[in-house]
Design a protein around this ligand. Structure first.
Ligand code: ADP
Ligand code: ADP
Ligand code: MG
Length: 454
């Protein structure tokens, strides 16, 4: 078992990892930038190290400083959280080279599955259906024209190194394609330091369904699926489990394909295999693998009773998987909503500020993962996620009622948040019926601007 863990992250996920470590009796070391000296993760960890100025490049992305802090504090391991260095293969390698355990997959597994193009190739090789599109990277417009014969229009141009909904463009015609391609290349280079692109047919009216996997380098299991079809700008805002649109047979097929892929790449740790599901054709397609813990992991924890972060820590400590596939069972339905410091009435503009009165919802079936406390100053430098509200109930209907009840209890003064959006969505007939797809919310936002104003 690990003895002392450095958490190379901030915000709610740093708090989440500290809690799991402390539950297992592992000592914790937080790192923080100058903007986070008063952050909750710093207060909750046993020790904390200042790693530099607010800009992430100079603190949370500084590999040398973070590893030096871990060594100086006598840590035996580093958990990267999500975002920042979580999918940086060089970081995983550097942590291992320094004699520490990286709580996540090897650098090689990250290189293979973190690059969206090689992941597509690995998925296809493992027999997992991928979205029709390019084989390998698309080198220039000319090569792209050939791929168009396969995809038709509309087509998606995607960054091989993309993530967080960024680095994706849609072209509806050849002229749009010829214009978009060089722009996408330049943008990808600027945003991810890698201009590599690939192309996929656009799956219209798709649902986003993803499978949670746990693996120890030899064996792999799944913890069933999550559906994350409610998205804004290709970023998830509401996630739930199980998906109400899968038949038992298709669920088995989907989950088995994720396990096959994890085994094929000797995966270790927690990971998520993401798919698009086309209702009408009743087909699913692999889109990518996230080689880290995901923002929405608590909905899986709610329905399975498994502490995914604790399992990650056990695996990194060298224990073989202790959960057998037959022991993973699903109970009830869970929903998570992402409470961001954003103003829904102003096109979700970031709204940093100082937290005033704070009332956190509770009671049966309610979990609130957050770094908030009364008087906390939300810094303007990072992701706008403040909190995740997770509800669990016997049925999806009861979970939506519970979500509305818990949102009613929630009060976060001092900043604007996305709470109003979720109250409106929880009351919407299409959401209640589960009749949505990945572009549904964009249309709903246009039609319901007034419901969010004020
Ligand atoms: P999840 O699939 O866990 O919901 P997201 O795709 O929403 O994850 O991303 C989780 C976090 O990681 C967000 O803070 C997002 O901004 C960040 N992120 C994901 N991929 C990248 C990337 N390639 N570069 C920078 N940040 C990223
Ligand atoms: P990221 O790495 O940014 O998470 P993904 O490849 O997972 O990128 O795609 C993010 C979202 O974009 C998906 O959940 C889906 O809504 C949309 N998307 C991606 N690829 C396609 C596609 N081929 N057709 C339709 N929608 C897509
Ligand atoms: Mg994704």
């Amino acid at each position: 078992m690990l003895k002392k863990l450095l958490i190379a992250n901030r915000g709610e996920i740093a708090v989440r990892v500290i809690r799991a470590a402390q539950d297992l009796g592992i000592a914790t070391v937080a790192v923080y930038s100058a903007a986070d000296a008063d952050a909750l993760h710093v207060r909750l960890a046993d020790e904390a190290v200042n790693i530099g100025p607010p800009a992430a490049k100079k603190s949370y992305l500084n590999i040398e400083t973070i590893i030096a802090a871990a060594i100086e504090k006598g840590c035996d391991s580093i958990h990267p959280g999500y975002g920042f260095l979580a999918e940086n293969a060089g970081f995983s390698d550097a942590v291992t080279a320094a004699g520490l355990s990286f709580v996540g997959p090897s650098g090689d597994a990250i290189r293979l599955m973190g690059d969206k193009v090689s992941a597509r190739t690995a998925a296809a090789a493992a027999g997992v259906p991928v979205v029709p599109g390019s084989t390998g990277r698309v080198d220039g417009i000319e090569a792209g024209r050939h791929v168009l014969e396969e995809t038709g229009f509309p087509v998606m141009i995607k960054a091989a190194a993309g993530g967080g909904g960024r680095g994706i463009r849609i072209a509806n015609s050849l002229s749009e394609f010829e214009q978009a391609f060089p722009q996408a290349e330049a943008e990808a280079l600027a945003a991810f330091g890698d201009g590599g692109l690939y192309m996929e047919k656009v799956i219209g009216k798709a649902r986003h369904i993803e499978v949670q996997v746990l693996a120890d380098g030899k064996d792999a299991i799944h913890c069933y699926e999550r559906e994350c079809s409610l998205q804004r700008r290709r970023q998830k805002v509401w996630e739930e489990a199980p998906s109400r649109c899968l038949s038992d047979a298709l669920r088995e097929e989907l989950c088995a394909s994720a396990v096959a892929l994890a085994k094929a790449v000797n995966y270790s740790g927690a990971g998520t295999v993401e798919y698009l599901y086309d209702d009408e054709a009743d087909r699913f397609y692999f889109i990518e693998m996230n080689t880290r813990i995901q923002v929405e992991h608590p909905v899986t924890e709610a329905i399975t009773g498994i502490d995914l972060v604790a399992e990650m820590l056990r695996i990194a400590g060298g224990e073989p998987l202790r959960i057998r596939q037959g022991d993973v069972t699903v109970k009830g339905h869970a929903i998570e909503v992402r409470l961001n410091a954003e103003d829904p009435a102003k096109d979700f503009a970031p709204f940093p500020g100082k937290i005033g009165d704070l009332r956190i919802p509770g009671g049966p079936g309610v979990r609130f993962d957050s770094m908030l406390y009364n008087g906390y100053q939300v810094p303007p430098f990072y992701d706008s996620l403040l909190a995740k509200l997770i509800v669990h109930a016997d049925t999806r209907e009861a979970a939506i009622v519970r979500l509305t009840r818990a949102l009613g209890e929630l009060q976060i003064d001092g900043v604007k948040t996305t709470k109003r959006l979720f109250l409106a969505l929880a009351a919407d007939p299409s959401v209640k019926a589960g009749d949505v797809h990945t572009r549904w919310l964009e249309g709903w936002l246009q039609d319901n601007a007034r419901a969010l104003a004020g």
